[in-house]
Design a protein around this ligand. Sequence first.
Ligand SMILES: *Cc1c(COP(=O)(O)O)cnc(C)c1O
Length: 455
Amino acid sequence: MEEKIPYRFVLSEDQMPKQWYNLRADMKELPPPLLNPETLQPITKEELYPMFCKELAHQELDTTTRYFDIPEEVLDIYKVYRPSPLMRAYNLEKALGTPAKIYYKYEGNNTSGSHKLNSAVAQAYYAKQQGLSSLTTETGAGQWGTALSEACGYFGIPLTVYMVKGSAAQKPYRKILIQTFGADVVESPSMTTEAGRKILAEMPNTTGSLGCAISEAVEKARTSENSKYVLGSVLNQVLLHQSIIGLEAKKAMELLDEQPDIIIGCAGGGSNIGGLIAPFMKEKIEGKTNTRFIAVEPASCPSLTRGKYAYDFCDTGRITPLAKMYTLGCDFIPSANHAGGLRYHGMSPIISKLYDDGYIEAISVEQTRVFEAATLFSRVETILPAPESSHAIRAAIDVALECKKTGESKTILFCLTGSGFFDMSAYDSFLNKTMSDYIPSDEDLQKGFAKLPKV
Ligand SMILES: *Cc1c(COP(=O)(O)O)cnc(C)c1O
């Protein structure tokens, strides 16, 4: 008799990958280079040094090194929460009555609650190695701030997190968690920076925005000795670190003698989907497989499905290099009733290029359908998913229901990026039916496109 695939399959510690994989080394065409926003010339490593640690600047621009050794010190923390489990969603399959096989890689099993820790640990390590005295960052939904505080707590690096005031009010326990890991949390806008004071003078009652929190974090890093501001998505270096998700998933599926037909990821800045698909995309590029890849984004923040493929800033503060990516314009802010995360204006240049070249498909979904999927999933799989992750769940369910119609037994793999413990107010608005779906009009989007930098 065929051996049954376990519900929960975890590689042994020895089987955990010791290197990150750089998909750019195998892409037929590379994403266009990052540009220096002042000269509009391809940016050099040296020009990135004020912004990134040296090794991270190198990783950002390296398009040829296929594998990067994961430093021992990084592996030491990875081992606390990795390898992450590859789950077979038998219970979801049964609930849907689908012949499809559904797998998910669960990245929510660490205290920060999301995959963001994979890059936070790496970035904190390189900061420590380079002898930086502190780091700063912003956090909106809170996962990135939590992950970085966890990593900085471990390496003993002082961290200041500018947390959007509205989000701190909605998720008070996330703020306390960040403080528990030893970071300072400053609710943004604050009186501690020029940028914050200016906004407070104009709008004393504002609940803040991601853009403002970024400006404050950047100012704090610039005005502090030997300090840097760090980002948790979009960048090539972040996708490199997140490749651990895909490498583990691929190895696990090989051991189970399985091959995914369809791989699905939610897409905010593109880091989890970029990491998950990397080693599978390598095989597709080499013509060995014909896997379908689907990026899922919110209908209220549709950078791939309705954005422009253009050079734009990676941040709302307009300080990063220009990246060619699918973007809604760096000032784009999703409607206030958007609860489901994935609010980023742009998309990883690697994912953007793969999408533009037809290797990846993209779809957008409304948030009430996302939360329908999330609640169903929580009841049958007994894991509370993050709203962001639930975009991928929605798409996986829809593909599985399609299989039910056609009778095809496809193998689906998606990334369950995080747990939803701190997102109860979003669940509450879904359960009490105050959640609504807002889809921006073409006119709304035009405003963002009009302000794209002229390159
Ligand atoms: C940040 C986040 C995302 C989206 O970011 P990507 O860079 O697109 O992966 C998705 N899920 C969770 C739980 C997150 O915290």
